[in-house]
Design a protein around this ligand. Structure first.
Ligand SMILES: C[S@@+](CC[C@H](N)C(=O)[O-])C[C@H]1O[C@@H](n2cnc3c(N)ncnc32)[C@H](O)[C@@H]1O
Length: 495
């Protein structure tokens, strides 16, 4: 990344999310005297940076919010900008409502719920004419519909110099929700009409510096062709023949969410209890004593180790049959001893525990005629459920609505007509993502629906229909524009 910057001692450098200062070190190894301006929000990191780069080291440290701080606004507006910018910005940071409202005003027309694109946008505006920035970000930037306004801005007003795409697992020990990352170099100048750049697809760290550019591992892209692609998508694999075809590369559920199978006790009759004798297919199970139920397991300290108090039964989402909200019908013994047993027992499956008690969407493994996705909230989910957990780009509420919609159902059945919906199939299902505004509306209406369902209001059916209908409407619109990947298009034709 540092070498891609082409920095000189006479340049000025901004590191907008300086962290431990590794990127600053890397640039200074190449250009020791470059003056550096570093921003870092976190007081502890800022403190460490001040120790690492004391007065006189040529690194000025500002403990501030890069996105909203007024001093960077002044630079942006009065032309006191940077020649070079290098960053590994934060990904997927949570923005509260007040901040989001402010960001929407500031970055109107752009998707503001993802921090890495906000950093990119802010930094593009802070680049001086002919300046250059190098960022490492998730490769979702290259194709997600939500980021199309930012891609368009870059294509129209800046110049792509290079993009390197690689698996995040190339960095040993780093594990997070993104399958792939990219290093992207952009210059602040208008691209000439014939400008082209290379996208490289790298499989090993050693290839970063020495990979010969071949047709197998790289692709030459004409910047102006990106404008012709639907949503201004950029190819993310070497086998996408031409750019217009790459534009049909659709988003799948696996791009936007983790899809995992849930827990199994090994001996359900012994460890599970039902809420009442009205629960379907629950013959032979004991009825739970509500005095023994902990209704908010996610607030219990070290809950993955089990619960010590006598309230040690917790709600577990199991099976389908309900849309959006399923009442707590099943409870599982989550005492310390039982959890220790699940962790070691051969028949039990204590699988994917990092997802337990997280908010997500539960989709039943076996469904025959219609989708029934329910919110997972303050509960475990068992192996009859595929747990779907948004990575960064979408809200849980939007996903919940989407997974109950006809477009999701027909796409899922298009790739897997059987009644069995394993996590593998759910991951591969094409997803039609609307623009940020429609997504925000669906999120808001779904929040209302969740409230209404949890508080027993009778108006829920109308609201549910309205939400599901709005999804079909925007998908049909996308299909009419014929801007869909073939499987998705076939699926949409059935709506
Ligand atoms: C992935 S780390 C960067 C690592 C860094 N590039 C290095 O070389 O060590 C992201 C950093 O951004 C900081 N950060 C998050 N939000 C920020 C904001 N709004 N303004 C400034 N820094 C922020 C985090 O505290 C974190 O240290």
């Amino acid at each position: 990344m540092a070498s891609l910057l082409d920095a000189k001692d006479s340049d000025t450098l901004l590191e907008p999310s300086a962290g431990d200062g590794h990127l600053i070190d890397a640039v200074k190894r190449i250009v020791p005297n470059i003056p550096v301006t570093a921003y870092e929000l976190h007081p502890k990191h800022a403190d460490n940076l001040r120790k690492k780069f004391p007065n006189g080291s040529g690194v000025d440290i500002f403990e501030r919010d890069t996105i909203l701080c007024p001093d960077l606004d002044l630079r942006e507006n009065f032309g006191y900008k940077f020649a070079k910018i290098i960053a590994n910005p934060p990904y997927g940071g949570w923005q509260d409502h007040e901040r989001r409202a402010c960001l929407k005003k500031r970055f109107s027309g752009f998707y503001v719920r993802e921090t890495y694109t906000l950093f990119l946008l802010r930094c593009l505006r802070l680049l001086e004419d002919q300046g250059k920035l190098v960022f490492i970000i998730p490769d979702t930037f290259l194709y997600l519909h939500l980021h199309s306004p930012l891609r368009r801005l870059i294509v129209e007003e800046y110049t792509f110099e290079s993009i390197d795409v690689f698996k995040s697992s190339l960095f040993p020990g780093v594990s997070f929700g993104y399958a792939k990352l990219c290093i992207i170099a952009i210059s602040a100048r208008n691209a000439s009409p014939e400008h082209s750049f290379r996208i490289r697809f790298l499989d090993a760290l050693s290839e970063f510096e020495c990979a010969a550019q071949t047709e197998e591992n790289s692709k030459l892209v004409f910047q102006k062709d990106i404008l012709k692609a639907h949503s201004y998508t950029i190819p993310v694999s070497p086998n996408q023949e031409a750019l217009h075809e790459s534009s049909l590369q659709g988003t799948t559920m696996g791009d936007i969410a983790e899809c995992v199978t849930g827990f199994y006790s090994g001996r359900d009759k012994e460890f599970l209890r039902r809420a009442s004798d009205q629960v379907k297919r629950s013959n032979g199970y004991e009825i739970v004593d509500q005095e023994l139920v902990e209704p908010h397991p996610s607030s219990v300290t070290n809950v993955l180790e089990g619960i010590e108090s006598k309230r040690s039964f917790i709600p577990v989402l199991k099976g389908g049959g309900y849309n959006f909200i399923k009442p707590n019908l099943w409870f599982v013994d989550w005492s310390r001893e039982s959890v220790a047993h699940y962790r070691t027992d051969k028949k039990a499956r204590f699988q994917n525990p990092s997802f337990y008690f997280r908010e997500g969407v539960g989709f039943p493994m076996v469904t025959s005629t219609r989708p029934t996705a329910a919110l997972i909230q303050d509960a475990l989910f068992d192996q009859s459920i595929v747990g779907i957990f948004p990575k960064t780009e979408v809200s849980v509420e939007f996903l919940l609505a989407y997974c109950n919609s006809k477009p999701f159902w027909v796409s899922l059945k298009a790739i897997n007509p059987s009644a069995n919906n394993s996590a593998r199939y759910v991951l591969r299902t094409p997803v039609f993502l609307p623009d940020a505004e429609v997504q925000a509306k669906i999120t808001q209406r779904t929040k209302e629906l969740i409230y209404v369902l949890q508080n027993g209001d009778s108006a829920s059916e109308v609201l549910m229909k309205e939400i599901l209908h709005s999804i079909t409407v925007y998908v049909k619109k996308m299909a009419d524009e014929k801007a869909l990947e073939p499987t998705a298009l076939r699926a949409a034709a059935q709506l």
